[in-house]
Design a protein around this ligand. Structure first.
Ligand code: C5P
Length: 234
């Protein structure tokens, strides 16, 4: 079980502040679209230089050849994890896996598939894909199948879908779960949240910690609480 802190900040100055505050309590960070767009891959190299692991959450979705090249470039900067949209299809996921493998001179980069964005509900998915009715959990499991066929390492899903994906794919797909809150913590704008221990019990391999840690008065202390709640859970 690996906790990852989301650097949801606009620029490197904000990232430096958070990384300094967390110190030794965090060794794995997520760089998302906002920070990557502001600072480019240099932000990944900087974190690697500090000895941190990096998840680059770009949610790539393009033709396979383009995604292969992007994955190769991200991997070359030393990212450990990269996301692509599962709805790009099996060939696109496979191309991302190949690209990441071609760029692994700074370590291996695993490809994770984003299934259904948690901002979308069943009605939204049905509208986008021209369906009359959709059951989100079924769609998540179906899209996870495309990731498995493309040899992706895992998927992003909420803790509430984790058990269904585990039931279908066992340990073939590692699960990265956002929406994590410490017991009694504020859910903010997330509709479906879970504690670290509950997400671990549901089968999560990686946990994304955002405001539960970065918004805490003492982020390092919040991380210590996360680690304490995960103690003894592999
Ligand atoms: O814990 P908090 O709500 O602050 O976390 C927000 C972080 O989790 C952001 O980095 C966001 O991109 C990420 N995330 C999410 N839901 C997803 C995928 C990622 O909230 N389905």
């Amino acid at each position: 079980m690996t906790p990852i802190v989301a650097l949801d900040v606009p620029d490197r100055a904000g990232a430096e502040t958070m990384v300094r505050r967390l110190g030794e309590s965090c060794d794995f960070y997520k760089v998302g679209l906002e920070l990557f767009s502001a600072e480019g891959p240099a932000i990944v190299s900087w974190l690697r230089g500090l000895g941190k692991e990096v998840f680059v959450d770009l949610k790539l979705h393009d033709i396979p050849n383009t995604v292969r090249g992007a994955a190769r470039s991200v991997a070359r900067h030393g990212a450990s994890l990269l996301t692509v949209h599962a709805s790009g299809g099996r060939e696109m996921v496979a191309a991302a896996v190949e690209g990441a493998s071609e760029g692994q001179e700074n370590g291996t980069c695993a490809i994770l598939g984003v299934t259904i964005l948690t901002s979308m509900d069943a009605g939204g998915v049905a509208t986008v894909w021209g369906r009359t009715a959709v059951e989100v959990q079924e769609e998540v499991v179906r899209l996870a199948g495309l990731v498995a066929e493309g040899q992706g390492a895992g998927i992003v899903c909420s803790g509430h879908e984790a058990s269904a994906v585990r039931a279908h794919y066992g340990s073939q797909l590692g699960l990265l779960v956002p929406g994590i809150r410490l017991p009694g913590g504020d859910a903010h704008d997330q509709r479906r949240v879970m504690t670290p221990a509950a997400a671990a019990a549901a089968g999560a391999r990686w946990l994304i910690l955002g405001r539960a840690v970065t918004g805490a008065p003492d982020p390092a202390e919040a991380m210590a609480q996360v680690r304490a709640s995960l103690a003894g859970i592999s």
